[in-house]
Design a protein around this ligand. Structure first.
Ligand code: GLU
Length: 282
C-alpha cells in the first residue's frame, strides 16, 4: 500500500513590523487547518525587502507565535538566506525568453502612462505600459553595458501563451481559472533586491513542499501569478485557502500601517491568550 505524503501548511509573515491581531487570526487559522488535516506546520520569514524588514521583528514573530501556542518545524525558512534559489528560478525563466530588463523609474512609468491617456490598474497597482519590452536589442545592450540599474519583468502575455489555460483550487471558492494577465508584466526581480514577493513565494512554497497555502483574501489575486510561475518553473501545485480578513470596529482592515494593535502591546496590557483569540474572532 502506498502512503500519501503528509500534508504541509504554512504561515509566512514579513518582519516589517510587530504582528497584530490580523496576523494572530491568520496564524491561528493556518495552524487550526493544519491540525484538522493532521498536517505539518511550517513557518517562513519573508524578509527579502531589506529596506523594511528588521531582525528584531523576526525575533518578535517567534516570541508572539510561541505565546499564541504555535509550534513549527524547525528551522523556519528565512528568505534572505536563500537568494540563490530565486536566482536559479530567474535563470530558468530567462532561458525560456520570458524576462526582460526594465530600466524605467517610477516617475518615467507615470509619465508614459499620462502621455498615453490610459491608466489601467491591476492587483499590484498601475499596469506597466511595456516601454522596455519594446527596446531595441542595441539600446538594451548599451544600457546594460553602461551599468544602468534594472528590474526584471515577466513578459506575461508570452508566458500565458506558453502555458495555455491554467486553473487552481481554492478550498472555499472551488476551481478558479488563472488570469495572470490582469497583472501585466510583473516585476520578478526588483532593482534593489533581485527577487520579488511573487517569485520567492512560488519558489518557497514548492521547496517547503506546502500542500495547502493558507493566507488572507487580500492575496487572492496574487495566486493567479503564482499559479503561472509554478507552471513555468514546473513546480508542484498546492491548493489554496484564502481566509477573510478581520476589521476594526469602524470596518477598516487591520494593517501594520494603520497602527493596528500589536499582539505584544495587548499582551503587555495584561490580555490573556483567550482575550486575544476573542478579539481576533477565532
Ligand atoms: N509575507 C506576506 C505578508 O506578510 C504573506 C505572504 C503569503 O502568505 O503568501 O503579507
Amino acid at each position: 500500500m502506498t502512503t500519501l505524503p503528509q500534508p504541509i501548511f504554512r504561515f509566512a509573515p514579513s518582519p516589517s513590523g510587530y504582528l497584530h491581531l490580523g496576523h494572530a487570526y491568520s496564524a491561528l487559522f493556518s495552524w487550526t487547518q493544519a491540525q484538522k488535516n493532521n498536517a505539518q506546520f511550517m513557518l517562513r520569514i519573508e524578509d527579502i525587502d531589506t529596506t523594511r524588514c528588521r531582525k528584531e521583528f523576526t525575533e518578535a514573530i517567534y516570541e508572539d507565535l510561541a505565546w499564541l501556542g504555535l509550534t513549527w518545524v524547525d528551522p523556519p525558512r528565512i528568505q534572505s538566506e536563500h537568494m540563490e534559489d530565486y536566482q536559479q528560478a530567474l535563470t530558468k525563466l530567462e532561458n525560456q525568453g520570458l524576462l526582460y530588463p526594465c530600466f524605467c523609474t517610477r516617475k518615467e512609468i507615470q509619465q508614459e502612462v499620462q502621455q498615453s491617456g490610459r491608466a489601467p490598474h491591476g492587483p499590484d497597482g498601475l499596469i506597466y505600459p511595456g516601454t522596455c519590452r519594446n527596446l531595441s536589442a542595441t539600446e538594451k545592450d548599451e544600457r546594460l553595458a553602461r551599468g544602468d540599474s534594472y528590474a526584471l519583468r515577466l513578459d506575461t502575455t508570452k508566458a500565458c501563451a506558453l502555458t495555455g489555460d491554467l486553473f487552481w483550487k481554492d478550498q472555499s471558492k472551488g476551481k478558479i481559472k488563472a488570469t495572470p494577465e490582469i497583472f501585466g508584466d510583473v516585476v520578478l526581480a526588483r532593482k534593489d533586491i533581485h527577487t520579488s514577493y511573487h517569485l520567492s513565494v512560488a519558489v518557497d512554497d514548492a521547496l517547503q513542499n506546502i500542500s495547502c497555502v493558507t493566507r488572507g483574501t487580500d492575496l487572492f489575486e496574487a495566486t493567479h501569478i503564482h499559479r503561472l510561475l509554478q507552471a513555468l518553473l514546473k513546480l508542484p501545485v498546492p491548493t489554496w485557502h484564502h481566509h477573510d480578513l478581520i476589521h476594526d470596529k469602524d470596518g477598516n482592515r487591520l494593517a501594520k500601517r494603520h497602527n493596528a494593535l500589536a499582539i505584544r502591546e495587548l499582551r503587555a496590557r495584561g490580555n490573556s491568550l483567550e482575550d486575544i483569540k476573542k478579539m481576533a474572532g477565532v
